[in-house]
Design a protein around this ligand. Structure first.
Ligand SMILES: [Mg+2]
Length: 278
């Protein structure tokens, strides 16, 4: 039986160029995958509003995963049956995997007051202040602020106080990620858990078909999604090593960077076989 393929893909540095955010090198491949009715499912740290923009640019109509696995968005009626555990929000059925931002903000304002002089949260900043802090333009800063499942902090204190803060927040059930200058407070979701759940929905809604998943990513926050896919694709980055993996079977490494590497591997793994069959 020919397996139906689901492509789960990171965006920054994978489907989008690390420096320019361009997707040109992957666009012919996107068209070819869509022609073969292969779903392209973004699985990214980005927010809903950021992904909606990209989806529109690339004419993607599949489900997607936001904020590092915090929630899965499925277009309403994409499956015959609304999956259990989802709620309709506008045009989407949404399955959350962690508590929302209000929960993390209340922990920060009510249970971490001894640290409040050491950080400023993105929610406390105006769009202009955030733009100045991050180097994004105001429109991009506005979208970056619309996180629904966590709060990035600009850390102002020492590394010693940060270590105390992290230990304190972890006791309160938070997951703390340090990314460059910012400290992200959120729950224990990851890209792998959300991907496994969504792949299961495809299988349950199409019980007569067999599915294989291909996951593509360029950095360590993609490791969980790469570990649990049928085929893992490590995309070459101009700025860091391949994401670390424990698995050794069915692993591909792209020769080219970012979207060119994305296209290269999907041709090799999927499209070349499909073209032979037709
Ligand atoms: Mg990336």
């Amino acid at each position: 039986m020919i397996k139906k393929t689901l492509v789960f893909t990171d965006l920054d540095g994978t489907l989008m160029d690390h420096y320019s955010y361009k997707t040109e090198d992957a666009e012919d491949t996107i068209v070819a995958l869509k022609f073969h009715d292969i779903a392209i499912i973004p699985n990214t740290s980005k927010t809903l509003s950021e992904i909606l923009n990209i989806r529109e640019q690339l004419h993607l109509t599949s489900p997607f995963i936001i904020e590092n696995g915090a929630a899965v968005y499925i277009p309403v009626n994409y499956f015959k049956k609304q999956p259990t555990g989802t709620q309709q929000q506008g045009d989407f059925w949404v399955k959350p995997f962690c508590q929302d931002k209000a929960h993390w903000l209340s922990l920060l304002t009510e249970h971490a007051t001894q640290f409040s002089e050491y950080f400023e949260g993105f929610s406390q900043l105006t769009n202009e202040q955030l733009a100045a802090l991050t180097g994004l333009n105001t429109a991009q800063a506005t979208m970056a602020k619309q996180r629904q499942y966590g709060e990035p902090l600009n850390w102002l204190g020492s590394q010693e106080v940060l270590a105390e803060f992290i230990a304190h927040m972890q006791k309160l059930g938070a997951n703390i990620l340090q990314g460059g200058r910012f400290v992200h407070v959120s729950g224990h979701a990851d890209k792998g858990q959300a991907q496994r759940w969504l792949a299961k929905q495809y299988q349950e809604n199409n019980p007569t078909e067999a599915f294989q998943t291909i996951a593509l990513g360029d950095s360590d926050n993609d490791s969980a999604m790469l570990e649990c896919a049928t085929i893992a694709v490590q995309i070459r980055s101009p700025v860091h090593d391949f994401p670390q993996l424990k698995r050794q079977h069915d692993v591909y490494q792209s020769q080219q960077y970012g979207p060119a590497g994305w296209a290269e591997c999907l041709h090799k793994i999927v499209l070349s076989n499909l073209d032979e069959q037709t």
